[in-house]
Design a protein around this ligand. Structure first.
Ligand code: C5P
Length: 235
């Protein structure tokens, strides 16, 4: 088992109002950039690994600074330039790992800084059991409605068997690289997660328990709440 980790951080984060304040993955929470917390979790995970972060070409200085604040071993962390969509950023990260001989890869959103070692250990165990693709997810708690474009409820969608997908999504390296290359070659660039590419390629995807804390920071309010949470726990 040799483990590659791709962390995607090349988004502009428009939904968090980034044009004024810079991309959300570099905003401070608890005094350090979001991505520093994310990298810390992986860098301190006691497993031999290589970490490639897909970043936007304009963000090299922001990234260098964020990496310099990581408390684990930063020598295993390198970067590649991401692409125009999340899918293409993942592909850039996978290509950067291709020659390294890793057997497995964990693909994670930079904007999920509350990833913990217990979840990483569950990912590792599922891969060790031989899974091609592993998806951490949590059962949907809210009642779900389908709405029409003009704001009328069309139906209630039964939530039995529905899950919200998280990251890190974990794969045997050769089949996910091949699936990504085939997806890009066939003109697709809009898959919003890697499990969807595995499904598209016909790989079985195993569900494992995600973590309620492992939230994705998407809008400005998410960043403010994450900052409050960290300041509360460090006081
Ligand atoms: O935009 P979204 O919230 O789906 O982004 C999820 C993750 O994918 C973020 O960490 C973001 O930086 C990353 N991303 C990327 N390249 C893009 C778009 C998003 O690496 N072109």
């Amino acid at each position: 088992f040799s483990c590659g980790i791709v962390i995607v951080a090349a988004g502009r984060g428009e939904r968090a109002g980034s044009l004024r304040d810079g991309p959300k993955q570099y905003r401070p929470i608890g005094g350090r950039p979001v991505i520093t917390h994310t990298l810390d979790a992986f860098a301190t995970w006691p497993m031999e690994k290589r970490i490639v972060v897909a970043i936007h070409p304009d963000d090299e200085a922001l990234f260098d600074h964020a990496r310099s604040l990581v408390s684990g071993d930063t020598s295993v962390i390198t970067f590649a330039h991401g692409g125009a969509t999340r899918q293409l950023s993942v592909l850039a990260g996978l290509k950067a790992l291709e020659k390294s001989g890793v057997t497995h890869v964990l693909i994670h959103d930079a904007v999920r800084p509350f990833i913990d070692h217990a979840l990483l250990d569950r990912c590792f165990s599922a891969l060790m059991e031989g899974a091609d693709a592993v998806l951490p997810a949590v059962a949907v708690a809210d009642t779900l409605k389908r709405g029409s474009a003009d704001g009328i409820v069309v139906e209630t969608v039964p939530r039995t068997g529905l899950f919200a997908a998280q990251t890190p999504q974990c794969f045997r390296f050769p089949p996910i690289l091949e699936a990504h290359e085939n997806a890009a070659a066939s003109g697709r660039s809009d898959f919003t997660d890697d499990a969807a590419i595995a499904e598209w390629a016909g790989l079985p995807v195993s569900l494992i328990a995600g973590s309620a804390d492992n939230v994705k920071l998407t809008i400005k309010r998410d960043i403010a709440m994450a900052d409050e949470k960290l300041n509360r726990t460090t006081l």
